[in-house]
Write a protein that binds this ligand. Structure first.
Ligand SMILES: Cc1ncc(C[n+]2csc(CCOP(=O)(O)OP(=O)(O)O)c2C)c(N)n1
Ligand SMILES: [Mg+2]
Length: 277
């Protein structure tokens, strides 16, 4: 069922708040990854507030949906969401990336409540997610496994082994969302390693492919609903996004993949995020 107007407004408001909190947090610690966190705000927010069957009070419930952040460097956005949902105290957020903090620069399942899989080395989220999805079938559980990947992440060879296997094993309880912002760490995909028609590649490997605007919470919600109805094949949602979305001088710029936010930049970013995106 499509999102009701009030739910859409609620999600959009949350995304605006998370973007502000992200800039504040990363400015405060003078490190971290703003670009890829900002590009996945709507995707992660829609999943956590509308789609995922997860509960901070019963975080290890064996029937919970599993969310894996393949692009582990977007951890700050995920941490903001998990803290808001009560998986750990909001006060912990300011310890991000400090020695001995449970909030490492990349998600750590050993230390942080709500993190399903430690990620950071790109490409490993999907094969692990496939294993989890296949385990659900063996265990006769009907939870869904979601993996959020970067488009640069697709350049890892192991990704394609998992793409191939997921189709062979008919992992229709696995949903992959690609944050297709066209930019990676040090340039655009076109400059570094062109990925061509990403949807056509996954389709050729036997997947259902949906294309959406990855900043449209309604489109994300609808695509997930559709993916859950498609049986016999796994589904990938190719979500077109803008790296650094919401902060004009970061948008589309690989320089803002991971760089400290200066004082003037902080003031400009915050004033832009005051107004509706
Ligand atoms: C195996 C591996 N190689 C290199 C890196 C360093 N690295 C971190 S993020 C990144 C770029 C990722 O680009 P993309 O997947 O497009 O992420 P996004 O644009 O969503 O931030 C790279 C190369 C890594 N984390 N893991
Ligand atoms: Mg990218």
């Amino acid at each position: 069922m499509s999102l009701r107007n009030e739910n859409r407004k609620h999600l959009e408001g949350l995304c605006r708040k998370f973007r502000q909190d992200l800039i504040k947090l990363l400015h405060g610690i003078q490190t971290g990854h703003p670009g890829g966190s900002l590009s996945s705000a709507e995707i992660m927010t829609t999943l956590y507030y509308e789609k995922l069957n997860v509960n901070a009070k019963n975080a290890k419930d064996e029937n919970r949906d599993r969310f894996i952040l393949g692009k582990g460097h977007a951890a700050p956005m995920l941490y903001l969401i998990l803290a808001d949902l009560g998986f750990f105290p909001k006060e912990d957020l300011v310890t991000l990336r400090q020695l001995d903090s449970h909030l490492q620069g990349h998600p750590s399942a050993k230390t942080t409540n709500g993190i399903e899989l430690s990620t950071g080395p790109l490409g490993l989220g999907l094969p692990a997610g496939l294993g989890i999805a296949l385990a659900a079938k063996l265990d006769k559980k009907d939870y869904t496994t979601y993996v959020l990947m970067g488009d640069g992440e697709l350049q890892e060879g192991i990704v394609w082994e998992a793409v191939m296997s997921a189709s062979k094993f008919k992992a229709d309880n696995l949903i992959v969302i690609i944050d297709n912002n066209g930019v990676q760490l040090d340039g655009t995909l076109e400059e570094i390693m062109p990925m061509g028609d990403i949807g056509a590649k996954w389709a050729a490997f036997g997947w259902n492919v949906l294309h959406i605007d990855g900043h449209d919470v309604g489109a994300i919600s609808d695509a997930v609903d559709t993916a859950k109805t498609l049986k016999g094949k796994p589904t990938v949602i190719v979500a077109r996004t803008v790296k650094g979305k919401g902060v004009s001088f970061m948008e589309g710029k690989s320089a803002w993949h991971g760089k400290p936010i200066g004082k003037d930049e902080y003031v400009t970013a915050m004033s832009e995020l005051e107004v509706a995106l």
